[in-house]
Design a protein around this ligand. Sequence first.
Ligand code: AMP
Ligand code: GLY
Length: 421
Amino acid sequence: MKVLVVGKGGREHAIITAIAESPTETEIYSFPGSDAIFSIARPLEAASGTLDSVASIIAAIQKTGIDLCVAGEESYLVRDEGLANACKAAGIPCWGPPKESAQLEASKEFAKEFMVRHGIPTGGYATVDTIEEARAAIDGKYPTVLKFDGLAAGKGVAVCPDEASAEEFLQEVLVDRKFGEGRLLVEEFLEGPEISIFVSVVDRNFQILAPARDYKRIYDGDEGPNTGGMGAVSSLEMLDDELRDFIEGEMVRPTVEGLINDGLPYRGFLYFGLMLTADGPKMLEYNCRFGDPEAQAVLPMISGDFAQYVYEGAKGHLKPDLIQFADGWSICLVSASAGYPASSRNGDVISGLDQVTGARVFHAGTRRNADGEFETAGGRVLVVVAPGATRQEAVKKVYAESDKVTFDGRQRRSDIGTRNF
Ligand code: AMP
Ligand code: GLY
């Protein structure tokens, strides 16, 4: 089976590794890919010219004879005619939803309206177009949560403790148009531990995979600016039966039924970002893909035939028995480059990659230099993932292995897997 995985980060490195380790024989292709990914996958070659549009990707898929397209990241799902839409038109099974369904991630207003329409618990909100409307909606209540209604690479959300920080964000988004044209959501501030639930959705059917928790701030103690994620923890033990039943009955099932009722087809991973408030679990957001870096923590816990599982799912057959989840815990620790998240430093040589034992390394922002060594090439550079029978064991192991893989200016949190438990 020829599989194409679209994306280039640590999540895609983890997805490709899970496919490569599946018993089903595969020939894996990647676009855009990375040097690390290209040690286990082949680059997708353009049919002609360059791969700069969904149509050109489809032409390359057809020329290569790809049997399955897996969308790792979200951007291609909503670009041009939509990657999954174009795959469908070309008769190629795709793991990832069509453009109209991917609005659940691409538009926060669309997502909120969907949740309200289908009775899914979430915080209150108002949608505004101008700074005056925003001030009226905030109504002097702080903290307040402001969200740009569009894709903003994780930078479009501000939790504002006071008027000054809210005014600054409103200015950037509604006046300076930092993220371009778009509306703004003013949301009720919610408090509590966050948890991410990953679900495989195949039309009317779904399977809840292992849950995870990520750490979004750059510094220990959840201080400092937001990042794409500095680490993640996953274990089936994070959900007790009561919480699992609530999430399944009040969030996942109504979402899957809501998609059907609204005429929104869906085959792929659906990510439920939620907060466990004193008032019960509330939805924060949907993402139409696996989390990054959560995928890097969750996927190594899966055994069975992940490649076949995704292929069958993309063809409309959800087969839960094709995969199994390990007991215990899995912890993923990010090493970021100097300057991240404001900037990133490239070209620092990474040492110790061959010293890691009993853990995995997934590359997020690396490249090979002229001597063939891996060096930094981005903000989040790599993750180390380690398992443990207990959370404490996994923490100890992941730090011990990550200590071996270093580069100048490396930034790492020291409380991944301990904070928020
Ligand atoms: P989102 O992209 O919507 O998940 O928001 C990114 C992060 O902002 C979340 O993971 C939360 O940490 C925080 N956040 C989002 N919405 C709220 C809210 N209504 N109340 C408090 N924090 C929030
Ligand atoms: N780790 C959060 C995300 O993937 O959106």
